[in-house]
Design a protein around this ligand. Structure first.
Ligand code: GLC
Length: 436
């Protein structure tokens, strides 16, 4: 069996290694639904007919769309890649597809928004990914009446209306091909999502994944075509990484044999993916830095979402959070990029991340007294505060009571960085088993 056929790799092939090194990306949910501004599921939740959704297509004119500004913001936050919704469940395309009229080039903005996105993000040195919805509430050949979530699922006038699902699959495969041939190197393909009997070969998934990999050999694919990425021998279409949503799995993601596999948590900053004008329930930058550290400590990535508004602007609250994360990343990024599991139990005071022979102690809760590096006595060559390189004292007056532990002694009552004070610990050679 070839590398490619095995789906999720515990160790990524060379062309995909960037993904685990990057650790932090930007998810962008954007489309017509930014106008009703009640989230990207508005058509389904409110059972809006095509006709009732039509005005948003006719007026879509995000004249403030400035993907260069988005890319600069992502870069300032320390993000290394971005994934944009080229098509969401409503079927509206942000790109100039030859296979539909339902696309941004036919709205007042009149532009291929995917093209501008990929150009702008690449120019800032970020990798580019495209989200593509397997569902399509606009295409007449997608299952409607009786479907689980289609806006017309219980609309009586749709009962008995026929559709040709194979024709939809041709369309869907054709659009994926367009996205992977017309926009240069695409680094991530993010399919969404499988449900009920619509999974795996129902999407002609093997064929689809072969096309994707033939067109973009180094591309990293998510796991939402419906395979079992945790199987010891995953399906060919099972994907390259697991994609837990709105959750950080307690032990990261392990396959059925207990081996860690690549994963990426996607998380919103408020409670919606697509723009919601009334949702001001934002998480704090501090919590998001800690979420990122948690992901890395468990061998995963964090894909943090923004939902630009109908003008094309990322909400100010999101921007502020990203900039604050960026200020922390500027000084502490070395404890994130290329880092992963330490192979040590989670300490009382925070978390560890690790890169080879360097261990990063992320102190989140100073507690009282010295910080115990449990079991690491004699294994630490030196300790420095990562943010400024300043020496951190090893040992403590009462250290002899704890012969197994190394102790570090932060001599101030409060942590120097209340978000996360990172101590860089250089290990003695061979102090820990090789990193997984
Ligand atoms: C869900 C939702 C979707 C969102 C996605 C992000 O599958 O359907 O709206 O894009 O999660 O992970």
């Amino acid at each position: 069996m070839s590398e490619r056929q095995r789906g999720a790799q515990t160790q990524a092939p060379a062309g995909k290694a960037w993904f685990a090194e990057a650790r932090f990306g930007m998810f962008i949910h954007w489309g017509l639904y930014a106008i009703p501004a009640r989230g990207e599921w508005v058509r389904s939740h409110e059972r809006l007919s095509k006709e009732r959704y039509r005005p948003y297509f006719e007026e879509f004119n995000p004249t403030s769309y400035d993907p260069k500004a988005w890319a600069k913001l992502g870069k300032a936050a320390g993000q290394k890649y971005a994934v944009l919704t080229a098509k969401h469940h409503d079927g509206f395309c942000l790109f100039d597809s030859a296979l539909t009229d339902y696309k941004s080039t036919n709205t007042p903005i009149g532009k291929d928004l995917v093209r501008e996105f990929v150009d702008a993000f690449r120019a800032e040195g970020l990798k580019v990914g495209l989200y593509y919805s397997l569902l399509d509430w606009h295409h007449d050949d997608y299952p409607h009446y009786g479907d689980l979530v289609h806006p017309m699922r219980d609309e009586e006038s749709f009962r008995g209306k026929t559709h040709d699902f194979d024709r939809y699959l041709d369309y869907m495969h054709g659009q994926v091909r367009e996205l992977l041939t017309g926009y240069g190197k695409i680094d991530v393909m993010w399919f969404d999502f499988s449900y009920e009997r619509l999974r795996g070969e129902a999407w002609r998934a093997t064929e689809l994944v072969r096309t994707v990999r033939a067109l973009q050999p180094d591309i990293v694919i998510d796991n939402r075509l419906g395979g079992n990425i945790k199987a010891e021998t995953p399906e060919e279409y099972a994907g390259d990484f697991a994609s837990p949503e709105q959750a950080l799995p307690p032990h990261g993601v392990l396959n059925e044999a207990g081996k860690p596999i690549p994963w990426e948590a996607c998380i919103t900053l408020n409670n919606h993916w697509g723009y919601n004008a009334n949702d001001k329930d934002y998480k704090s930058a501090k919590d998001m830095v800690r979420a990122l550290v948690e992901c890395v400590s468990k061998g995963g990535n964090l894909l943090l979402n923004v939902g630009p508004d109908a003008r094309g602007v990322i909400p100010e609250e999101s921007e502020d959070i990203l900039r604050e994360i960026g200020r922390w990343m500027d000084k502490n990024g070395a404890s994130i990029y290329g880092c992963g599991r330490a192979g040590l139990p989670r300490p009382d005071w925070g978390r560890y991340t690790r890169k080879g022979n360097t261990l990063y102690a992320h102190i989140l809760d100073k507690g009282v007294g010295a910080i115990h590096l449990v079991g690491l006595k004699g294994k630490i060559r030196r300790a420095r505060r990562l943010a400024d390189g300043s020496e951190v004292a090893l040992g403590h007056l009462f250290a002899h009571h704890y012969p197994e532990d190394e102790l570090i002694w932060i001599q101030t009552a409060r942590l120097p960085d209340e978000i996360d004070t990172v101590i860089e610990l250089e290990l003695e050679p061979g102090a820990l088993p090789e990193q997984q």
